[in-house]
Ligand binder design. Structure first.
Ligand code: SAM
Length: 270
């Protein structure tokens, strides 16, 4: 599915692009000077931004491992970003070689890279769509080719919900996904929760507003918990992302990070 509409970022090297800025934070090469400048401006305000991006990515890896070990063999990765180290199909495939993954992102740069990477793979698809259109995503022929919504599925919303504005009604968006998930499914998310100097926060928001998204919105722990509704939170609950079931090899990177990014995983009751 390729939905062309005004809500999608255009491909341009003239405006900073969220997916490419995140790629820069992670040490990737798929970014232009405009992205590097915007990312560096954020690093000036939040020096730990690259470490936070790595900690977020390390959480994603641990969460997918946990789920695959728990028997989950299908994943919908919403706001998947540019392919990088530890993509969901690679991580899940270490435990479940039969895992099926639908990647979803509204960015044309992500779409081009993801399609090139996934070409010829039967069990992994890319859906070029806006997360604010849950029904269009869940009924798209690409997704339904690999994902069976009658069976438990993991829906990943990792570092994307804070790019949805209040006017987008992110709670309704997540509810629409939750309602379509079979009992025993999992919802996984990370979300910015503020905690920085108010002035720095406003500058960061401004930098994001000048990029391919409308801005970044921090939400309180109580608001982030509301995304899970009646889903049962997996231990240790909603915590700073590097504290979610840390493993020895990524503990060093996450140690001492401020609690700007919270992470959690919830299971739909059976
Ligand atoms: N989930 C990956 C991770 O945590 O490593 C990538 C996170 S990256 C910060 C956010 C991604 O969300 C970007 O690739 C961006 O294009 C995508 N995104 C932002 N708004 C979106 C929307 N409305 N619909 C679909 N994707 C969106």
């Amino acid at each position: 599915m390729t939905e062309r509409n005004a809500s999608m970022p255009e491909f341009t090297a003239k405006t900073a692009n969220l997916a490419r800025m995140y790629d820069y934070f992670l040490g990737g090469k798929d970014n232009f000077s405009v992205d590097r400048e915007a990312a560096e401006a954020i690093i000036k305000l939040i020096p730990e931004a690259p470490a936070l991006a790595r900690a977020n990515r390390a959480f994603l890896r641990r969460a997918v491992h946990f789920l695959a070990a728990d028997g989950i063999d299908q994943f919908i990765d919403l706001g998947s970003g540019l392919p990088t180290g530890g993509n969901v199909h690679e991580v899940a495939g270490e435990i479940r070689p039969d895992a099926r993954v639908a990647y979803v992102d509204n960015d044309p740069v992500v779409a081009a890279h993801a399609r090139a990477l996934l070409e010829g793979r039967g069990s992994t698809v890319f859906v070029h769509a806006d997360v604010r259109r849950p029904e269009a995503i869940l009924s798209s022929p690409e997704l339904t080719r690999v994902i069976d919504l009658e069976r438990p599925v993991a829906v990943l919303l990792v570092s994307i919900l804070h790019f949805l504005q209040d006017a987008d009604d992110p709670f309704a968006v997540v509810r629409a996904f939750r309602e379509r998930m079979a009992p025993g499914s999992y919802l996984v998310l990370t979300h910015g929760s503020g905690g920085r100097e108010p002035e720095a926060e406003e500058h960061v928001r401004e930098i994001y507003r000048g990029s391919s998204v409308a801005g970044a919105v921090d939400r309180s722990p109580a608001e982030i918990m509301a995304f899970f509704d009646d889903f049962e939170l997996v231990e240790p609950g909603l915590v700073e992302c590097s504290r979610w079931r840390p493993e020895p090899h990524d503990r060093a990177d996450g140690a001492g990070l401020p609690g700007y990014i919270l992470a959690g995983m919830g299971r739909k009751p059976r």
